[in-house]
Design a protein around this ligand. Structure first.
Ligand code: SAH
Length: 507
């Protein structure tokens, strides 16, 4: 079975849920050049990746070769995903691929994607139709077959009076505009070129049809870009919601383990940042769970968890001992913060206590308020947990078993991307939630100069490690995601919203 998946115009946010699911199930993924890194990162590690790097004028693998690859992989069994930029069927030769699969008896499905023809204008403040301006939108390729002349019927296009969207048209921009003008389009008709639409590095030129080639040349706009022609382009300033986002155009590396990157990465993306998920630590369950086994033979009042990973690891550690969560029967449960409490609910457990602030000191104080004299606490966490939590409890004469379930290993999952981004200077800031993540990053950087990278650290331990490795370091005021995000916003002082221009008069 081959599944054609439209990857959308940019990051994973515009990949469909069905597309994401197909990727997760894939054994082989055959993908184009326009597919973004964060979508490629969703491919399971065991899956075979084939880059057929298709670009309009130079096909790394010619179409015949791609067709043959699809059939070859499908015939070996397993699930083959053909991942294409934007939508599969819009100028992506998806139709030809499906015809070829059908002719070879290979079953296929097609999961459409968000096309750049509509998404790039939307991210540039241009609604492709609008009742005040037009009632149709037309999508046209400006790519000539085999270097021949463009086959565009300008007269008919102009007569339609709809919005025109040209793909693959950057090289042919002067020719397209001249063709439209010669066919009678008013020279002052608003028009735009949107480069890297819906991506963090989006740029646009907005002008009249007559002025557009000059404006695009001045900015040095390149492929991939769409050309939009029509009165709706006059809205592109007023309806620009994307570039005013505070972190638009800024890149932030999130170094937490992938399963924990979610909230921080999501919130940074919502602020417009390009988020590079570069996990720099890995949680590894300890083989030796004797300390847990031993602790389960004693009696406790409370079990305390200090991270979502700790919760998941506790479940796995119990399983390794042939037990399950019933081993904690009767204990009251404390979670250091809402994320950890949420992890408990995934196993049907409700936290009995979550302190006001998500750190060891607050957890200790909150526990001390509810513990009886000579109370006993079972700490289920990693081997590098903050000793302050244990010591505060011991200092108040409580019995504490601090059971190391797992080790946090500094290790970058994708050292190659990290080094490439450091080398080309496109990694201005990395966010660190632990000293181990700093170490994992520094190890992967292999002696690169880190003084050009700002480290935004969630707490003093990570901050110390970052300074020691030569990062320009800032530390969040409190150990929370909110404070970390504030601190990242402060690091990009120019990242304040633009003034939104007044809306234009209606035609
Ligand atoms: N199937 C794709 C289009 C493939 S043709 C889709 O539906 O989007 C390749 C052309 O798509 C490029 O030359 C460019 O015109 C356009 N394109 C793809 N991604 C783009 C992006 N992020 N921003 C602007 N144009 C893009």
């Amino acid at each position: 079975m081959v599944t054609l998946v439209g990857a959308g115009p940019g990051g994973c946010g515009l990949l469909t849920l069905a597309g994401a699911e197909a990727l997760r199930q894939a054994d082989v993924v055959i993908y184009d050049r326009l597919v973004s890194e964060d979508i490629l990162a969703m491919i399971p590690p065991h899956a075979v990746r084939v880059d057929v790097g298709k670009e309009s004028s130079h096909h790394t693998v010619p179409q015949d070769g791609i067709n043959a690859l699809l059939v070859q992989h499908a015939q070996r069994g397993g699930s083959v995903v053909r991942l294409k930029g934007g939508d599969c069927y819009l100028f992506g030769r998806g139709g030809e691929e499906c015809e070829y699969l059908r002719a070879h008896g290979v079953p296929f499905r097609v999961l459409p994607g968000v096309t750049s023809a509509l998404a790039a204008p939307a991210f540039a403040g241009i609604p492709v139709t609008h009742r005040d301006f037009c009632s149709s939108v037309h999508i046209i390729t400006a790519h000539a077959k085999k270097n021949g002349p463009l086959q565009i019927d300008y007269e008919n296009l102009v007569r339609l009076r709809g919005t025109l969207v040209f793909l693959m048209g950057v090289t042919a921009l002067p020719e397209v505009c001249a063709g439209l003008l010669a066919a009678g389009l008013a020279p002052d008709t608003p028009a735009a070129v949107v480069e890297n639409g819906a991506r963090p590095n989006q740029r646009k030129a907005v002008s009249s049809v007559a002025g557009l080639p000059g404006a695009a040349r001045e900015m040095g706009l390149k492929s991939p870009a769409v050309i939009v022609v029509g009165a709706v382009c006059s809205l592109s300033g007023a309806l620009d919601w994307f570039t005013p986002l505070p972190l638009h155009g800024k890149t932030v590396a999130v170094t937490r383990p992938r399963e924990r990157a979610g909230t921080l990465a999501g919130r940074l993306r919502a602020l417009g940042a390009e988020v590079l998920e570069l996990p720099c630590v890995e949680a590894v369950l300890r083989e030796d769970q004797a300390p847990l086994s031993c602790a389960l033979g004693c009696s406790f009042d409370w079990a305390a968890f200090t991270s979502p990973t700790g919760v998941h690891m506790a479940v796995r550690a119990l399983r390794a001992l042939g037990r399950d969560l019933r081993a904690l029967y009767g204990l009251r449960l404390a979670a250091v913060g809402p994320g950890t409490a949420e992890a408990l609910t995934q196993y049907g457990l409700a936290a009995d206590l979550v302190p006001q602030a998500a750190d060891g000191a607050h957890l200790a104080d909150a526990l001390l308020e509810v513990l009886p004299d000579d109370g006993a606490v079972l700490l289920l966490r990693g081997s590098s947990g903050d000793p302050a939590l244990r010591e505060r409890l011991l200092g108040a004469d409580m019995v504490v078993a601090d059971v190391p379930l797992y080790d946090t290993i500094p290790r970058a999952a994708d050292a190659e991307t990290l080094r490439r981004r450091l080398a080309d200077g496109t990694l201005p800031l990395a966010a660190f939630a632990s000293a181990s993540a700093v170490r994992g990053f520094a190890q992967a950087a292999q002696g690169c100069d880190l003084s050009a990278v700002r480290a935004a650290c969630i707490g003093p331990q990570a901050g110390q490690a970052a300074r020691a490795h030569g990062f320009r370091t800032v530390t969040a005021k409190t150990a929370s995601i909110d404070a970390l995000i504030d601190c990242i916003l402060e690091e990009f002082p120019d990242a304040t919203p633009n003034d939104t221009p007044a809306p234009p008069a209606r035609g």
